[in-house]
Design a protein around this ligand. Sequence first.
Ligand SMILES: [Zn+2]
Length: 890
Amino acid sequence: MKNISSYSFCQEGHIKKNSSDLQFVPESAPRHYSPDLTILCRDLDVNIHFKDLTSKKADVTAKITVSGMGSGSNEIRFNAKADSIKISQLKINNTIFNDYSIKNDKLIIHRSVKADETIEITVDYLLDYPKSGIYWIIPDPKRPQRPSQIWTQGESEEARYWLPCIDSPMQVYPTKFTVKVPNGFDVLSNGKLLEKIEEGDETVFVWYQDQPHPAYLITLCIGKFVFYEDAPIREEVPLRYFADKDQFSSDDLYRSFKETPQMIKFLSEKLNVDYAWAKYHQVVLEDFTGAMENTSATSWFWDSLLSKDESEIYPNPHITEEVNIHELAHQWFGDLVVIKHWASAYLKEGMVTYLTSCYLEEFYGKDVHFLDMYNNQEYYLKELKTRYARPIVHNKYNYSFDLFDDHTYPGGAWRFHMIRRIIGDKLWWKTLTQYLTVNRHKSVESMNFIKALDEISGINFREFFDDWVFSPGVPDLKIQYSFNNKTKTKLVVLNVEQSQAIMKTNKDDSVQFDYDKLFKLDFQIGWLDKDHVWHYERIHIPKQLSTAVSFPVAEEPLAIYINSNLDVLMEYKVKEFSTKMHKNLAEYGPDTLSRFLAIKELIKKEFVKESKFITKIIKKEADSCIQSFRKMIHEVGEIRSPLSFNILKSLIDEKRDKLPVVASVIPLLGKFQTEKALELLLSFTNHHNTALQNLAIRQLGSTQFSEKVFDLLKENVDKPSWNSKMAINAINSLGDLYEPISEIVWFLLDIAEQTKYHFNVRTNALQGIISHASMIDTGLKVKIIPRLEVLLSDPEDRISRKSASVLSNLKSFSSKPLIETMINTLSDGLQNQMRTVMENFGKDDQPTKELTQLRKEIFNVSKTNKELKEKLLKLETIVFSDKKGSDNQK
Ligand SMILES: [Zn+2]
């Protein structure tokens, strides 16, 4: 799945260099293993009757066929939540059987099953207010556009809340769903629609997934849908996109998902394995978050559909397109070949994150692919350095969903990318074909992938997996550059130190290092000659702390590009390339990533002196690659000086007609906190393109011009807009505005309480209060706490959870018992997520009045500090241009 939106260290998670008290999970967390395979599920046949769509109840009969395996079993164990699965009758082979128990999340049937014996278990039950797995969207008279829907979400361990089943990815089986709903509603599910029959006021839908799949990939979506019929994948394999028929049109669906056919073609051809399922549906669901790759039917986040205006400002690829290829690729990786255990989630999530990048390479070019992989590196390294370092394959956790992090997704993607670089494109795709073919409809772990790799490439990949997948961390190189022209052959010399392995430097400068943290590296380096032609060398770094490598050159290089083929995931610092070398790389870099990296260095070291040069390069980039342009101007925006503002403003002035360029600049303007920035932002609040209006509204709060923006932001909360985007942007902007604090807090609380707003507007309003929490004084706090406590019992659990988060940020210790009661009503996965909220309370260190006052003062001091810094930079700019003027006169 994809989320749209990172803990004394356990031994394997310890990076001593970045020692902090953060770790992935506490030492006490258990290790998890796949269950024994003594019972095999053969088939699941479920009959569900939803008498109405609002009662959060249904009558269900589940028939489960199982066989004994190996030595057989003394009992039959299913995952089933006792709270919501109220069994009325259980039969074995059609005979009533009473010797069973259902407790917590296990249904245990005391009946032995011999090896090779097959039996059929029929469970009749009332599905009653499940905490997870299946969700009822209930219309609200205050929000007329809210549709009536029911949908399920199984990953990672949620199917058991509504279905008795073997809820482990290692067990795959065909499923049949016979679903009865009131007339007028559609039912969508996995596989093929066998029947649709009207029975009086109700309609029965029979869906059959004849190919085996795990419980977490089961889907049911009930609602009134409009759909767009795209060209079939092949004969009798339809391709359709669905959304609520009262809010969206088939045009909206087409606009957002139109790239799907080219994606299916790309994956089928590259993988050399046809799309496996009976159809492909993409279903946009009310209130759904993230996207989920159920077999043959992907569920989508509620605001995935693009407005016409958004499609103008986002040059492809946009998030919807990237999520589209991600979920589609799961139909092969995760669905056709299933992971045996959550510990190996990277085999599906890392793989499809990487295939997304391969798709970008195919359709948008190498530049976009390189930038995407660089972004993947940044996400992963951020988690690694600021949160925790764990091995990519990891079975020590509290709840399996904890593994769905930036180690698994971008970190996993990078491991696959490096493998592709080692074996080359041809063998890479051949390996994937082999892995998919051999393991079709089976469950896998790393060894299955290593086996395919060994067979196709002939290379033994165990060491690679030990270093990169089964151990934590990445290389962090310190590179010393020198050019040697004293010898007969001119040489570039690089002294490379693997600093990640340094555990300690002794007083006598000798170092102690950890041999297990060394890597064997092989990557390409580019160097530029005087005719601006690039030459490439490969360098090999063995598993040792420091290595000197050199290569001959005809003359001193004008620029050097380390890791120019993006071969290796690593951090590196070079001591020391000259400004001239950075400028040459920015101007003549062979790809857009190299130009971005050079511009980033120049901005860091010589922003004022080289501003004209930097601006020239950025303007050129605006016309060639919007993605790298956006990354370059982000670095300019971070400087937050008058000079950087002027550069950004000049980009808008010159490229006003290029909406993607303008849309890239607007999000950088709020932090300048100057009249000029405010003026520029206000000029976009009435722009004909509503998506640009949204971006400008989102920035107004950060400018801190309360008297000019507070009322405007309030007004925009009630402006009708595509997927409530204007309201959400105005609310988030209010979350950034510091004054008038009490009016803002009251306003946000008021919004959070009203069900006429979408839950996302309401949760963002609560998030706004969290961002003001440290500045809320005791007087205001005592007034808002009772109202926040009422929200703890909001029917929408995202609101109650967010309210708990606000209360913990406000250190409302008296609310603790109420919060604990609320947490107990949540599913196991959500209870696990809420632990951090309780940890937020920390020790009983209720902030004093003095502390609140101190926080306000720090805020004011940092504000003054920023003003001073700006003045200084202004002076610097003037002094510099004067100096330049007089230099020229000479
Ligand atoms: Zn995914």
